[in-house]
Design a protein around this ligand. Structure first.
Ligand code: SIN
Length: 525
């Protein structure tokens, strides 16, 4: 298949809050191409209910946000990154409001700050329970009016183009016109989001197949902290049994007074002074152990003590979704279970969003900045995305990046041989099931070994099938999912302790020999 060549100044991959806000800023410096796999709005940002954590209240302080972030993160956050993020937060949120994004306000015109797990103060800036949608549609409106910003939907990035160890562009497949492109750029920014689809139950949309992490690692970028997968404690149980993307019931419901209870209506035992509002790792594990020991399918999130009218107004999306399952959250407790939600690890970056490959940046969930340490504090993810979009922008603005030469392209021969020895969908489900059972909320070395054996067996088979029929999107994603699963297992095997989101039954305590990050430079298992 012939490759069509394109040249731009800056190439951004991914259209969540990180990709959109950086693309917008970069369009002030030059031409920008923004590639997105499905539609613009099909990203984790769009499903974010909670909001953006930031210090706006007079009683709150940067020190407190800093301390809460470090505490949730098991002490291995990069302190300079936490300091940067908490301090830049207010300015970047005000930039969003200046571009027309509307967050919920009180009658005095101040932000209506919500509360979420692990936060000492109300500091979540939100748009009711539709924060992600409000940000996403606001940013899409802003970028659509930019002449120098070209966006393309239905484009799946296959691999990076590397020359002399520098990233000079990407190869991507455009599903709309069935063409293969090599796009060269001064800088490539991956903002492709998370990996939730590697787990059977996830709050993430179907596009969250870890593409950015897999693509960067194949090009030799360092990948870090992949053992720290966050399971959100409260996904709506009926949505899971229907086999759909798990619908999130925001932590903000607990912030407003919702309480976790057992299936029999007793207060759920959570070994933490903040109870239902403890950090997510602790709440998710408490639910896991309760369900296992009592052979139950779900716990209950009881919000019935909150004023019904307020509840309906504050959480319209959750109210309506639950009602579609005949659950009236004003009167009925909500059946919930944990589901994979967020990866704290990813492409290792510095304070400017740079990966270990020159001219390759990574921002948002795809990146490992060190902000979250071993467990992300609620609503710090949108914050991180904004902060690193700004940092990468500043760095690119002050760097003299050169347009690369267009060299070294060959036609790629595609053999349309679809007779692979497996069914893509079936194998994907088997991988997701394996990861859920063996590399989930609670892990042990035996389970990790079994997952590793499964991944070892299938990775070369999937790789060979991919080589034969390169542009089957299902295979591209499956290959990426296996790559990401491999990293999660590798990092989990390396960390022979329990810390934050990584709980290993063989070593249930923290061990300070493991204080620091697992960084993968050699990606062979
Ligand atoms: C939530 O609303 O509970 C999710 C917010 C987040 O992931 O930080």
């Amino acid at each position: 298949m012939e490759i069509k060549v394109q040249i731009t100044d800056y190439l951004v991959v991914g259209s969540g809050i990180a990709g959109l806000s950086l693309a917008f800023k970069l369009s002030m410096l030059g031409e920008v191409m923004l590639l997105t796999k499905k539609e613009h709005s099909d990203c984790n940002t769009n499903y974010a209910q909670g909001g953006i954590a930031s210090v706006f209240s007079n009683t709150d302080s940067f020190d407190s946000h800093y301390a809460d972030t470090l505490k949730a993160g098991g002490g291995i956050n990069r302190p300079e990154v936490v300091d940067l993020a908490v301090k830049l937060g207010p300015k970047l949120i005000l930039e969003l409001t200046n571009s027309g994004i509307q967050f919920s306000k009180k009658t005095d015109g101040q932000f209506d700050l919500g509360k979420e797990g692990g936060h000492s103060f109300n500091r979540i800036v939100h748009a009711r329970d539709l924060t992600g949608q409000e940000i996403e549609s606001g940013l899409i409106n802003v970028i659509l009016n930019k002449d120098r910003l070209k966006t393309q939907e239905g484009c799946c990035v296959i691999d990076l183009l590397i020359r002399d160890r520098r990233c000079v562009g990407v190869v991507y497949y455009n599903e709309m016109n069935c063409n293969l492109f090599a796009c060269f750029a001064k800088a490539v920014i991956l903002a492709t989001g998370g990996i939730g689809q590697v787990y059977k139950y996830t709050t993430n949309p179907e596009i969250a197949t870890g593409d950015g992490i897999a693509i960067a690692s194949r090009a030799g970028a360092s990948i870090a902290s992949m053992e720290f997968v966050q399971f959100h404690p409260t996904a709506l149980y009926p949505s899971i049994i229907e086999g759909k993307r798990a619908f999130l019931v925001s932590e903000a419901v607990r912030g407003e007074g919702g309480i976790l209870k057992t299936a029999d209506g007793e207060i759920l035992k959570i070994n933490h002074p903040l109870g239902s509002l403890a950090p997510r790792d602790i709440v998710a594990r408490s639910i896991y152990f309760y369900l296992k020991e009592n052979q139950k399918k779900y716990v209950l999130l009881d919000a019935t003590s909150i004023d019904g009218e307020y509840l309906e107004k504050r959480f319209p999306q959750i109210y309506n979704k639950c009602l579609s399952y005949e659950i009236d959250i004003r009167k009925d407790p909500i059946p919930v279970v944990p589901a994979a939600h967020y990866i704290c690890g990813g492409i290792d970056i510095d304070m400017n969003g740079r990966s270990s490959i020159p001219s390759l940046y990574a921002i948002g969930e795809v990146a490992h900045s060190g902000l979250h340490g071993a467990n992300r504090l609620a609503s710090n993810s949108l914050l991180e995305a904004l902060v690193f979009a700004e940092q990468a922008y500043r760095h690119i603005e002050s760097s003299r990046l050169k347009t690369p030469e267009v060299t070294g392209l060959k036609a790629l021969f595609v053999n349309e041989d679809k007779n692979q020895l497996f069914d893509i969908q079936e194998l994907k489900e088997e991988l997701r099931e394996t990861m859920w059972k063996k590399v989930g909320i609670v892990r042990n070395n035996k389970g990790l070994d079994e997952a590793e054996t499964f991944i070892r067996k299938w990775t070369p088979v999937v790789g060979e099938a991919y080589d034969k029929t390169r542009f089957d999107l299902g295979l591209v994603e499956l290959r990426n999912l296996f790559e990401v699963a491999k990293f999660i297992v590798m990092c989990s095997r390396m960390r022979q302790e329990s810390r934050g989101l990584h709980f290993l039954e063989d070593h249930p305590e923290r061990d300070d020999n493991y204080h620091g990050y697992m960084i993968i430079e050699d990606t062979t298992i």
